[in-house]
Each structure stands twice: as structure tokens, then as C-alpha cells.
Design a protein around this ligand. Structure first.
Ligand code: NAD
Length: 487
């Protein structure tokens, strides 16, 4: 059992209330972590530490902040094996995925923002009337900011917020998900060893309604960056609205993959299968609705079902496992209920739909679920309309591209979509009409950290990535310098 403590003012400390949350390994059911149960008292201590640290961190030169953040990235690289194992244990995801995706991306997040701040430029305006002046835009850190992240890509998303916040010169009070807190704690150790001054990064663990809420309510927190469910995001947005502080919200998705009549299925089938089932379908960007031109429906579904059946669900620690287990049995119940709903609304399960048999003994009681494909579910079904966040897709036919666009836009979410066609002009026309933050053409989850990332409608407000994130974590002010009379 690993004890996970808060990290406040450069030290690991237990919760003020003296209690811990317990977490089981979702694959084996074995006791895994005892996590400090934070609340307002812990957040208040973190806020004091952050405010004190900001006096020097807020005016530390960008080159020095960059040097420390690059050292954190190297520290993450150096502890790749340890971090990947902890991430796999916490989430149930395949160890191979944590090693190849989650942890390398966490290091990349630090490297990206550490170097981005070395290339910042600010606008200036030469004013001629009513008098000569030079106006320039001054970018300043906000002070203390709050970062709250979910369980599906724990360190990946935690660092996606913390790296730009620190790079921009802020101090941070952060909370990872109570289900997956461990790699965030190791990150604190790495940051301390890398020379990040005490109080600059503070991590308070615990439940959303306690520690998370306390961060959002904390009077010295000047902005909140949140990734998680839409209902939570709405609550946080309401509170930030009352407090008149900015909130960046990355929320749920119900993403469509649109397969046109001329799609290259040799490319599209394996990539859409990856987009549906990677990380057990527990990625906000995963495709969960596949819209296929009616002329390719039979061929596509046969090949796609075969691709789903070929995936190995198994022990997250085994090299051959393509899918591990879901985050918890409670979450699996929700995913199973969505499948049942799809069936009761008229759909049929073409493959999957249940708990895999023949699991290795070590993980036989884990929260595993087969990759599942449903056909014939009506658009109105909650199974099609609501986020499932599991290895479940529905497949639907369309006749005209405009019908595909209407279906793709036909849920309350607007995070991402992919389009599969050999005709790039058509792909562009479709992409331009999709109400989403990201459209991929003949690819999926091909990420460039410079591009704006985020959703529309119930998928969120604001953009992360590149300069957008640095801007979110900064205040701008205008400085006007009189240039006096012309010569
Ligand atoms: P969640 O909303 O339950 O929790 C997210 C975080 O918020 C956790 O740390 C939680 O403790 C905290 N929290 C909960 N209630 C809170 C409150 N009242 N105040 C402050 N903090 C609170 O989400 P989850 O179940 O951890 O994650 C899954 C969701 O995240 C899915 O909906 C998924 O689509 C979404 N997600 C979105 C993106 C994106 O970039 N758009 C990325 C990953 C996950």
C-alpha cells in the first residue's frame, strides 16, 4: 500500500483532518493507495505557501523558469518505468500504453512550455494622435491558480495544465483525481529535486466536493483550469462566475468518425478501431459514434467488428494486452447500463457487450469489459446522445454528407470528430460545418502541442495548448509611454 500525501510548501504532509481515502487496484481488487483526504484547511495552507512563493517566482526570469521546467522533464524521463507502473496500477490501463503515451507526453508538456516562454513576443502600437506614444502589451502571471484534472490520462492531463501555469510564472494549487493521485505525487518529488522553489507547486489530494471545491472557492486563486465531466465543469463555471475569475473547462465528448464513400478502409478501419478502444475508450477524444456512407456500410462493419474482436483485453501488466480494465467496477456498471439502453432502444450488439471470460487468474475479478460495437441504435437513444467513456461504439449509416454532418452535430457535445475520405476538398467542406473544437482528416489524435485544443457547447469553454494556455494563465496590461513632440 502506497501512502499518497499532499505536497505543500515543498514538503509531503498528511491531511489536516488526519483521514485517508483508500483506493483499490481496479484490475486485481487489491488495496493499492491510502490518499490524504484534503479540504479547505489544506488548501488554505497551500494558498499561503503559494502567495509567499509568488513574490520571487513571479519575477524569476523566463530563462530560469525554463531551466527548472526542463529539469523536471528530464526527471520524468528518468523515472519513466516507475511512473508508468504507478499509472497502470491506478487506472487499469496497459502498462505499455502508460510507457509509450502517458508519461512521455507528461515530459513533453514540460519541455514544450519550458521552451515556449523563451520565444514570447508582445504586441506594440505606435500612436500618433492625439499625441505621440508607444503602447505596448505587458504580460504578467496571475499569482496563484487552481488546476483540477481527471483520472483517464492522469499525469498527461495534470501536467498539461501545470506546465503552462508554472511556465507563465504562476504558483499552483492542483488536485489530481482521487482515483489516480500517485503519479502527481511523484511529480512533486521530481519538481523539488529539479530545483522548483517551495510553495510554487502545491498538490492537495482528496474528493472533488471537498478538496476540489476548496480550490475553486479559495480567495487567492485567480483562475481555474479544469478537465473532467460536463456536470462538474458546469458547477465550477458557476462558482468561478460568481467570483469573477476565469475558468478554462475541458469537458466530455461524444465524438463522431465519418466514413465517406471513397474512404480507404485499409487505413480507416484500424485507425477508427484505435480511436474507439485506445485506453479502454476512456479518452475524451475517443470516437463513440461511427457514421458510415450507406454504400460502404456492410464492408466497413464486417471489417470493423473483426478489428474489435482481434483486440486482446487482459492483464494491464501483460505486453500482449491491447486493453486493460476500466477505472472501477462502478464505472463499468455505467458503461454496461449504456449498452443495455442502446439495446432496449432497438440496437443489437454486434460484438462484445459483456465481461471477458478467460482472464488470467491475477485479474479475474477486475473491471474489464469487452470492446463493444452496437448496430441499429436510434439517434434519440441516450446510448448515442450521452458520453459513455468506455470501449463502446455505435455505427450508423448515412446517404448524404449533409446528413452525416447533422448526425455528427446532433448531440450536446462538440469536442472532436474525424473524417475519412480520399477527397480532401470534401473533407474540408465537412470539417468546416462540424461544430467541434478539433476535426481530424484521415487520422486521429495526431496532436501538435502548438494548436488550440478544446471543445464547444457542452464540451467546454476556452482553449488549451500553445499560446492559448500561456495566455489563459497570464494577465495583460497596456503600458503607454509618451514619446513627446516630434523632432
Ligand atoms: P469528474 O468531473 O468527476 O472529476 C474531474 C476532477 O474534478 C477530479 O479531480 C474531481 O475530484 C474534481 N471534482 C469533482 N467535483 C468537483 C467540484 N465540485 N469542485 C471541484 N473539483 C471537483 O471527471 P472524471 O470522472 O474524473 O473524468 C472523466 C470526464 O473527464 C469525462 O467526462 C471526460 O470526457 C472528461 N475529460 C475531458 C477531457 C477534455 O480535454 N475535454 C479530457 C479528459 C477527460
Amino acid at each position: 500500500m502506497y501512502e499518497v500525501d499532499h505536497f505543500i510548501n515543498g514538503s509531503f504532509v498528511p491531511a489536516s483532518c488526519g483521514t485517508r481515502l483508500s483506493r483499490e487496484n481496479p484490475a486485481t481488487g487489491a488495496p493499492l493507495r491510502a490518499i490524504a483526504r484534503g479540504g479547505a484547511a489544506d488548501v488554505a495552507k497551500a494558498a499561503d505557501a503559494a502567495q509567499r512563493a509568488f513574490e520571487s517566482w513571479g519575477c524569476t526570469p523566463a530563462s530560469e523558469r525554463s531551466r527548472i521546467l526542463l529539469a523536471i522533464a528530464s526527471g520524468l524521463d528518468a523515472r519513466l518505468d516507475e511512473l508508468a507502473l504507478l499509472e497502470s496500477e491506478d487506472t487499469g490501463k496497459p502498462l505499455s500504453l502508460a510507457r509509450s503515451l502517458d508519461i512521455p507526453r507528461a515530459a513533453a508538456n514540460f519541455r514544450f512550455f519550458a521552451t515556449a516562454i523563451l520565444h514570447e513576443a508582445s504586441a506594440s502600437f505606435l500612436t500618433e494622435r492625439p499625441a505621440r506614444a508607444l503602447n505596448y502589451v505587458l504580460r504578467k502571471p496571475l499569482g496563484t491558480v487552481g488546476c483540477i484534472s481527471p483520472w483517464n490520462l492522469p499525469l498527461y492531463l495534470f501536467t498539461w495544465k501545470i506546465a503552462p501555469a508554472l511556465a507563465a510564472g504562476n504558483c499552483v494549487i492542483a488536485k489530481p483525481s482521487e482515483l489516480t493521485p500517485t503519479t502527481a505525487a511523484v511529480l512533486c518529488d521530481i519538481a523539488r529535486n529539479a530545483g522548483l522553489p517551495a510553495g510554487v507547486l502545491n498538490v492537495v489530494h482528496g474528493l472533488g466536493a471537498e478538496a476540489g471545491q476548496a480550490i475553486v472557492d479559495c480567495p487567492s486563486v485567480r483562475a481555474v483550469s479544469f478537465t473532467g465531466g460536463t456536470a462538474t465543469g458546469r458547477r465550477i463555471a458557476g462558482r468561478c462566475g460568481e467570483r469573477l475569475i476565469p475558468a478554462s473547462l475541458e469537458l466530455g465528448g461524444k465524438n463522431a468518425a465519418i466514413v465517406c464513400e471513397d474512404a480507404d478502409l485499409a487505413l480507416a478501419v484500424p485507425e477508427i478501431a484505435r480511436s474507439a478502444f485506445l485506453n479502454q475508450g476512456e479518452i475524451c477524444l475517443c470516437s463513440s459514434r461511427i457514421l458510415v456512407h450507406r454504400t460502404r456500410m456492410k464492408e466497413f462493419t464486417e471489417r470493423f467488428i473483426a478489428a474489435a474482436r482481434a483486440l486482446t483485453v487482459g492483464d494491464p501488466l501483460a505486453a500482449e494486452s491491447d486493453l486493460g480494465c476500466l477505472i472501477s467496477k462502478a464505472h463499468r456498471e455505467k458503461v454496461l447500463a449504456a449498452i443495455e439502453r442502446g439495446v432496449s432502444d432497438g440496437g443489437v450488439v454486434a460484438t462484445g457487450g459483456g465481461i471477458p471470460r478467460h482472464l488470467p487468474a491475477r485479474v479475474a475479478g477486475g473491471a474489464f469489459l469487452e470492446p463493444t460495437v452496437l448496430l441499429g441504435v436510434p439517434q434519440s437513444s441516450a446510448c448515442v446522445q450521452e458520453e459513455t467513456f468506455g470501449p463502446v461504439v455505435t455505427v450508423h449509416g448515412f446517404d448524404r454528407h449533409r446528413d452525416a454532418v447533422t448526425m455528427a452535430n446532433g448531440t450536446r457535445y462538440g469536442l472532436a470528430a474525424s473524417i475519412w475520405t480520399r477527397d480532401l476538398a470534401r473533407a474540408h467542406r465537412i470539417a468546416a460545418r462540424l461544430d467541434v473544437g478539433t476535426a481530424w482528416i484521415n487520422c486521429w489524435m495526431l496532436r501538435d502541442l502548438r494548436v488550440p485544443f478544446g471543445g464547444v457547447r457542452d464540451s467546454g469553454i476556452g482553449r488549451e495548448g500553445g499560446n492559448e494556455a500561456l495566455r489563459f494563465f497570464s494577465d495583460v496590461s497596456n503600458v503607454c509611454v509618451s514619446l513627446g513632440e516630434a523632432l
